[in-house]
Design a protein around this ligand. Structure first.
Ligand code: HEM
Length: 213
């Protein structure tokens, strides 16, 4: 982007750019799974980050499978290291998060989840993002389909590509509060670096999204 990042983005500059990696997921009502993920944070000079994420299934050998969840939205830092995040999902949800930025650790919880009448019942979410050395890790917990808030996903992503549009603020390897990402104790099963770059796997509208995650 041609513009300088808006001054209010200072606390979030470490996120700017593209991230790729893999994670694991599960829930009491579904089979565990591994997934690949690509996240992008960019800006256009305005006081928010533009966020998008897409994911795909990985098999045990790390081969790329069907597309899984996507989400996109805006991260709006506020004074005092507060954060507002708006996320829309193709599965019929919109989440509004309120959070706090502490160095390179970000914790947020839903203030509201709105869903269409055809969407599954998701009532709350909680996310923890943090730098794990130079990687971006996160954990996501949800309350859904009658279950209390608990782990659905965790993943660890590496900075990808040329940081083309980013200015790559602060990849400086600062260590977050250490607990970013690893929730659920799933960290060992991270798929290797193969799981990234699905090529065409993300072709729009592919089936299999199943109306879920
Ligand atoms: C990295 C992002 C995500 C991935 C890879 C993912 C993956 C999955 C998978 C594989 C399933 C099993 C059903 C299926 O095969 O489609 C699932 C179920 C589900 N996911 Fe996700 N998910 C993600 C994010 C989310 C988010 C953000 C939400 C809520 C806003 C969500 C809500 C659900 C719900 C409600 C179910 C159904 C549970 C049930 O019916 O028992 N997922 N997810």
């Amino acid at each position: 982007m041609e513009n300088e990042p808006h001054a209010s983005l200072g606390p979030l500059l470490f996120l700017l750019g593209r991230w790729e990696g893999a994670g694991v997921g599960g829930y009491p009502t579904i089979e565990g799974f591994r997934f690949g993920q690509e996240i992008s944070f960019s800006h256009n000079g305005k006081p928010y980050l533009i966020y998008s994420s897409r994911t795909w299934l990985l098999d045990d050998a790390g081969n790329i499978g069907r597309p899984l969840a996507m989400e996109s939205g805006f991260w709006r830092p506020q004074p005092g290291n507060q954060l507002e995040v708006l996320l829309a999902h193709p599965t019929g949800f919109v989440e509004v998060y309120l959070g706090e930025i502490s160095g390179t650790k970000i914790e947020m919880a839903t203030d509201a989840v709105v869903r269409t009448s055809s969407a599954k019942e998701v009532t709350a979410g909680r996310r923890l993002y943090g730098m794990i050395q130079a990687d971006l890790g996160y954990a996501y917990e949800m309350a859904a389909v009658g279950q209390p808030l608990q782990a659905h996903l965790s993943a660890q992503l590496k900075r990808a590509g040329s940081a083309d549009d980013t200015g790559a603020g602060g990849t400086g390897g600062e260590r977050a509060g250490g607990d970013g990402g690893g929730a659920g104790g799933t960290g060992d099963e991270r798929a290797g670096g193969d799981g990234v770059s699905p090529g065409s796997a993300a072709s729009e509208g592919a089936g299999g999204d199943g109306g879920t995650g």
